[in-house]
Design a protein around this ligand. Structure first.
Ligand code: 4NP
Length: 279
């Protein structure tokens, strides 16, 4: 049995019970969520009525507000089991319709999820996470976003960000507080956008996806979520955020300059593309 019907049937039974005892009660709110039948089924004014056996007449009340517990000649020609099959099919359609509506509502309420990814998740991506979080917060959009970062390797898992990155960011008023973690399969479900700091990160993210998708179901469209961070830069022409780990302090400043630029346009672009996020 399709899941939608399985979900709808208990509802049918519940509505039947209500209809058989409260057919004259006040109509329930047609917008009630989670009850795909309420407010959706209509029976025309009853024409000449013929009595049916009590068990049969009860079917007529299924999901139909205020329906009398008697049958029209047409209904009498269609035994309860057939009407039940028709009602179940209708319920399946209604349940599918209701679940599509629920999905739309959920999508509207769901925060937009952004994941920043570099190699070790101790320099560039934690800084990107902090810079983006700061911008989102300044625009009063905290509740609209889920923001995180990860590394393509787990070598630094659980560690704080590199102290050089923490202090360079602090001078610009940005607090880098995250702990390193490696990217994981569920990230391809959970995040709407995955921003790679350089081309190697980009390739590694897609390679991980290809490896993991053979072991567990992952959305086919997930590779489309992966973008290069610098593709959002407007003031800089660099195509990658360079790895500062083995370099001097100027490398960390350069990272922050690029991230400022990219994060600002990234946020503008997400806000422009998502009507439920208003600046
Ligand atoms: P990140 O920088 O990818 O920006 O976090 C690095 C961090 C650690 C290493 C390399 C780059 N490492 O070789 O451990």
């Amino acid at each position: 049995m399709p899941a939608a019907v399985a979900l709808a049937l208990p509802t049918l039974a519940a509505v039947a019970a209500r209809s058989s005892t409260t057919s004259t009660a006040a109509a329930p709110n047609p917008t009630t969520r989670g009850d795909p039948l309420i407010g959706r089924c209509r029976i025309a004014a009853p024409a000449p009525l013929v009595p049916l056996a009590a068990t049969a007449t009860r079917w007529l009340g299924h999901g139909c507000r205020g329906a009398p517990l008697v049958a029209s000649p047409h209904q009498a020609r269609n035994p309860p089991r057939l009407r039940f099959a028709a009602a179940a099919t209708a319920a399946e359609g209604m349940a599918a319709e209701a679940s599509a509506a629920d999905a739309a509502l959920t999508a509207e309420a769901k925060p937009f999820a952004v994941l920043f990814v570099c190699l070790g998740n101790i320099c560039r991506s934690p800084a990107a996470e902090a810079v983006f979080r700061n911008l989102v917060s300044k625009r009063g959009l905290d509740s609209k976003f889920l923001i995180d970062s990860a590394g393509t390797i787990g070598y630094h898992e659980g560690n704080k960000a590199d102290s050089r990155m923490i202090s360079a960011s602090k001078k610009r008023g940005i607090e880098v507080t995250s702990r390193s973690r490696p990217i994981k399969p569920s990230d391809f479900h959970d995040f709407d956008l995955i921003l790679a700091m350089d081309r190697q990160n980009y390739e590694d993210i897609l390679n991980s996806f290809e490896r993991w998708r053979h072991k567990e179901p992952l959305p086919d469209s997930a590779p489309n979520k992966v973008k290069l961070m610098c593709s959002y830069c407007k003031r800089h022409t660099e195509s990658e955020v360079p790895d500062p780990y083995y370099g001097g302090p100027q490398g960390f400043e350069k990272v922050l300059d690029l991230l400022d630029d990219a994060c600002e346009s990234l946020l503008d672009s997400i806000v422009a593309d998502n009507a439920n996020i208003s600046a």
